[in-house]
Design a binder for this molecule. Sequence first.
Ligand code: PMV
Length: 337
Amino acid sequence: MSATAISTPNIALIKYWGNRSNELRLPAADSLSMTLNTPTVEITVDYAEDLIIRSYESDGAEREMTEKHMARFAKHLELTRQYLTQIGAEDAIPASVQLTIRSGIPPGVGLASSAAVFSAVAKAYVGLIASSIILTDEQTSVIARLGSGSAARSIFGGFVTLENTGRNGMDGAVAKQVASEDHWLLHDIVIIPSYDEKKVGSTEGHAIAQTSPHFMERIEAIGSYRQKDCIDAILAKDFEKLQKVAEEDSLNMHHVMETSSPPLQYLTQDTHRIVDAVTRLREEGHLPVLYTMDAGPTVHLLCTDEARMQIVDFAHAQEGCTIFEASVGSGSKIIQK
Ligand code: PMV
């Protein structure tokens, strides 16, 4: 018995930062992202006596699994089994499995690999148990979220929210599709200034977000207008409105990060230089482009199809940076069961 699924990262326009439950990865606020069409991660799950994880890079090289990685997958499997028990599918998944991960994501490039990995794992689990229970995509998003909050959003294609349901248990937040990948052709031109591994991962970062004096202000802003403005901008394909709200939210998340204790400084001089340069380019050329940064120095430039070539040229003119190009994608899929 085995099942295979593929998935991709997503880029958040309203960022998820901070939890109301760290264990269950229940976010303190709603978030919203665009699912990307590339790079892909493919994961096969098989029955096994013990938990085995084999992870391969795109060049076929096997990646070493640290104890911390193993513990995260083990915890995720345990939580998944608890969730399945709650929805009436006790023991649908065995207590141990073998996961074979084939990642097309260049390591350490600031492209959310945990989002692609845990959404693919969730889909693969759902494929494995399809003969005993059929899960909806919202239920699948809960399983993805238990491994990485942002992974919940990669279950769907297009433009996707992660929303609090008002409940406190495992199903306290689910992903929902706002608009499909056919709604609006946007591109994400990714400028990667540095390949250095980040020192503080997002799991640790979420856990200290509340220590920032600006955290509550951020949660209130998302709840009162930002998430809604972002949804409205996407539905109306209003790029200017999307740019304003997405940039405000990204800078605000970094303000929270930089004022938490200990402070987290993910943006570098290179990030600020690229952001200043793209802002000037936008003003001169009236280009539909916006910048947004996750937990690292990488700059994501989202743009419409008409601006794509100019933004690609701009990206390649940034010295010492690696460039990656993606567009809106269709979300995770079971490819064999
Ligand atoms: O899913 P996590 O725990 O890796 O958190 C993702 C955090 C950000 O990438 C910074 C924001 C987001 O919403 O993707």
